[in-house]
Design a protein around this ligand. Structure first.
Ligand code: PMP
Length: 383
């Protein structure tokens, strides 16, 4: 039986979500753009789903734009905003630890003439408000800072950043994928103008994302066609997935607080016992301001990949960092930005837990990890 501790990379779809999706494959399968009653039924389901998803972040229904996933939402937020609002300025601020889809989109915008500045993070992976403040200029167009790190779990001071941007009249985007389902999100209290969400990160199906777009914020569409989604993102809506994400959002609204408490107690046990039982092991990320599902370690003298493969032999699935870029041999840009040496970054391991994690899963990894670390260190010429 596999112990799955890689929820950050991918989550199973909740069976309640699968049930909610089922009618939309071959019962309510009309196109919401059609004028007949099958189309009306689909429109009704689409509207209801949009409203539930809006509720998760305290937004209005017509501020929710469906996309194919968080990557597309991040592209639409940055490119769509930059191109539409070019007259307001050409300067964009992100952080050193953004998801690769933000980094590479920013790189693309730089090639198109925009200037991008990356604010540094501290040793815990936190962005400091003064670092953003000192970079704001009269031609700053957009600030994009992720709500929390998908790698080390550090939560950013989003409300303070949002307030600063609002005071200066600068649009603020946050990729909230790592935090959704775990933290309470409120686009109004946090002064957010654009927010990226992903369906799978709340146990919905893959291939569906959301971009929250505050009323009054204008974007240049990146996918052109029939004018769906207020003309911002054309293409026939993926109703089964949207109905699934709506059910997933409903479950989060009902169960988030309790679930987060359970995850936090598992996380704290993992952190305590691993640091106690394994010499020269360290926690990456912030000790308190971290997501309840994330425990991220580094172990002196070992390669994270060897650790991952040895744990895999024991049927325990973990991660060495972001699955989105794990096929490269480069160390994680997040860990390097936090000031870790290359060998420290390479010796890191992420354990991310989730809705279906059991106490026995925690027991298994706490038992297996010290043995595996000890064996690999004995084989290591550098330890
Ligand atoms: N942003 C964050 C913070 C992520 O963790 C991910 C990957 N889950 C993405 C964006 C991209 O998501 P997707 O690959 O589903 O488009």
């Amino acid at each position: 039986m596999t112990v799955y501790l890689d929820y950050q990379s991918s989550k199973p779809v909740d069976p309640r979500v699968v049930n909610a999706m089922n009618p939309y494959f071959n019962e309510t399968f009309g196109n919401p753009s059609s004028l007949h009653s099958a189309g009306d039924k689909a429109t009704e389901a689409l509207d209801k789903s949009r409203s539930k998803i809006a509720g998760l972040i305290k937004a209005e229904s017509d501020e929710i734009i469906f996309t194919s996933g968080a990557t597309e939402s991040n592209n639409l937020a940055l490119i769509g905003y930059a191109l539409k609002n070019k007259g307001k300025g050409e300067y964009i601020i992100i952080s050193e630890t953004e998801h690769i889809s933000i980094h590479n989109t920013a790189k693309f915008l730089m090639k198109s003439g925009f200037e991008v500045s990356k604010v540094p993070v501290d040793h815990y992976g936190q962005v400091h408000l003064n670092k953003i403040r000192e970079r704001l200029t009269d031609d700053t167009l957009l600030v994009s800072i992720g709500y929390a790190s998908n790698e080390v779990g550090t939560v950013q001071p989003i409300k303070e950043i949002g307030r600063l941007c609002r005071e200066r009249g600068i649009a603020f985007h946050t990729d909230a994928v790592a935090a959704e389902g775990l933290l309470s999100l409120d686009v109004n209290k946090d002064f957010v103008d654009l927010m990226t969400l992903s369906s799978n990160d709340i146990y919905g199906p893959k291939g569906l994302g959301v971009l929250y777009v505050r009323k009054g914020i204008k974007l240049m569409p990146q996918i052109i066609g029939g004018g769906q989604e207020n003309g911002i993102r054309s293409g026939t809506e993926n109703l089964p997935a949207i109905a699934g994400m709506a059910r997933a959002a409903e479950i989060v609204m009902q169960e988030r607080e309790q679930e987060a408490k359970k995850l936090q107690s598992f996380r704290d046990r993992l952190i305590k016992e691993i640091l106690e039982n394994i010499p020269r092991s360290f926690l990456n990320g912030h000790p308190e301001k971290r997501l309840p599902n994330n425990a991220h370690f580094r172990f002196d003298g070992i390669e994270g990949e060897s650790l991952l493969l040895s744990l895999n032999d024991k049927e325990i699935a973990v991660s060495t960092g972001s699955a989105c870029s794990s096929k490269t041999l480069e160390p994680s840009h997040t860990l390097i930005a936090m000031g870790l040496l290359h060998e420290e970054a390479h010796g890191s391991l992420e354990l991310s837990i989730g809705r279906f994690t059991k106490e026995s899963d925690i027991d298994s990894v706490i038992k297996a990890l010290p043995e595996v670390v000890d064996r690999l260190r004995k084989l290591s010429p550098i330890y």
